[in-house]
Design a protein around this ligand. Structure first.
Ligand code: GAR
Length: 186
């Protein structure tokens, strides 16, 4: 099987990156993680790249030409898929033009509900019975691209933002690899 050269974008802890690295070790899994990109210099997830000898790049999104630098770098690694994993920045139109339909994202809600930030707080305030996570293709509208897979999670009586986030994250680690298999396994 020819695996897709993949770049994972992170901003924080990187537990989804860790899950993807683990899956990608399986020879039947359709991606190979060639590069990790972080917009935060102190993102804990960079450690997973280091531990697994995956090259990583820290980008300064305040620099005007950061996207050109990033695109150049991504091309160097012949990247054909970008997985956003807790990347807390909007992907620009310019970027989408080059990589459109080749970018996927995981979001901690049952989209189209609760796009954007503070999803768990909003789900609780809205007295939802269920929340969950969604893997979807990225398009020019925030958290709005075609859905690949979703997993529903029951909200318990005494649920807090933290407990819900934890519960959903456990499911995210299973859902992201499953969604990649669904989207790219031929
Ligand atoms: C995950 O819950 C992910 O769904 C969310 O950030 C967390 C990152 O965790 N992403 C977003 O909210 C994107 N809008 P991780 O760094 O441990 O993978």
């Amino acid at each position: 099987m020819v695996k897709k050269n993949t770049c994972v974008f992170i901003s924080g802890y990187g537990s989804n990156l860790k899950a993807l690295i683990k899956s990608s070790r399986n020879q039947n899994f359709p991606i190979n993680i060639r590069l990790v990109v972080s917009n935060k210099i102190n993102a804990k997830g960079i450690l997973y790249a280091k531990k697994n000898s995956i090259p990583y790049l820290i980008i300064n999104t305040k620099k005007r030409n950061f996207e050109s630098i990033l695109l150049k770098e991504i091309k160097k690694y012949k990247i054909s898929l970008i997985c956003l994993a807790g990347y807390m920045k909007i992907i620009s139109k310019k970027f989408l033009k080059d990589y459109g339909k080749k970018i996927i994202n995981i979001h901690p809600s049952l989209l189209p509900k609760f796009k954007g930030l503070n999803t768990h707080r909003r789900a609780l305030n809205n007295k939802e019975k269920y929340s969950g996570c969604t893997v979807h293709f990225v398009n020019s509208k925030l958290d709005s691209g075609k859905i690949i897979l979703q997993k529903k999670v029951k909200i318990s009586k005494n649920e807090t933002e933290t407990s819900l986030a934890k519960k959903i994250l456990v499911q995210e680690h299973k859902l992201y690899p499953k969604a990649i298999l669904k989207a790219f396994n031929v």
